[in-house]
Design a protein. Structure first.
Length: 248
């Protein structure tokens, strides 16, 4: 009989996650310093996360447009319903810089690894922090590094899309970088907002073709947001079986 989700999370998944968060930076940060290349730590951490999701019984299923063929840089944007959304997306995307909670960057070793990967800390409660994050995002795009951003700014409790914040679209237009929308389905069941347990289940990531921004100005931002939102909403209402929780 499989372990209940909360026991599997506490006895297996959480210890494995803590080990990965400590061991990967400790081993790979010195390697990065020596070879001056972040690709090894990026690939090792991606493989470690895939292993972690396998232990948790979470099956990942990318569909549609191949994100590895997207122009570089691009701005990848998706809906957001669970704490698992960023790490799951990370495992199926090419190299991206992710905007994340500033508090995570203060974790020993792990926080330093995030900085090496050029992830961007943001405290959404502070205006100056948000401005700095936008400037950092533009810096990454100018240097050819794609971004992963969740434009709702927070997790939706019921799965319905919240209003989009304009920041990602402002950056995309300024950098003339395409928007690559994708819909995440299943993480709301696998790890609901406010819960610690990770339930077994299938998560699909439906990618759509890039929306070009070449020639657009900030006057076109609302239309760009509308097109992106329409694509993501279409995926939320897609037909076919939703990835539901399969064990408790």
């Amino acid at each position: 009989m499989p372990l209940p989700a909360i026991l599997r999370t506490l006895l297996l998944v959480l210890p494995a996650a803590l080990f990965i968060a400590f061991a990967v930076p400790v081993v790979m940060i010195p390697v990065t310093w020596v070879i001056r290349d972040i690709r090894p730590i990026y690939e090792v951490s991606r493989y470690a996360l895939r292993t972690l999701f396998w232990l948790a019984g979470v099956r990942l299923e990318p569909r549609g447009y191949d994100p590895f063929t997207a122009p570089r840089p691009s701005v990848f944007v998706a809906n957001h319903v669970s704490n698992l959304d960023p790490p799951i997306a990370y495992t199926v995307l090419p190299r991206v810089a992710i905007m994340g909670k500033a508090s995570v960057f203060r974790w020993p070793f792990f926080g330093h690894a995030l900085k090496i990967a050029e992830f961007i800390p943001v405290d959404r409660g502070r205006t100056e922090s948000r401005k700095h994050a936008l400037q950092a995002g533009m810096d990454r795009l100018r240097r050819g590094i794609s971004l992963l951003i969740f434009p709702e700014g927070t997790r939706s409790r019921d799965g319905a899309l919240l209003p989009f914040r304009p920041g990602p679209f402002t950056m995309a237009i300024d950098a003339q970088a395409p928007i690559v929308p994708f819909t995440i389905r299943g993480t709301r069941h696998v790890m609901p907002k406010g819960q610690l347990a990770i339930f077994s289940g299938r998560v699909t990531l439906e990618f759509y073709p890039p929306i070009p921004t070449a020639g657009l100005t900030q006057k076109d931002r609302e239309e760009l947001m509308r097109r992106t939102r329409s694509a993501i909403e279409a995926g939320l209402g897609a037909t076919g079986p939703l990835p539901d929780r399969v064990s408790t």
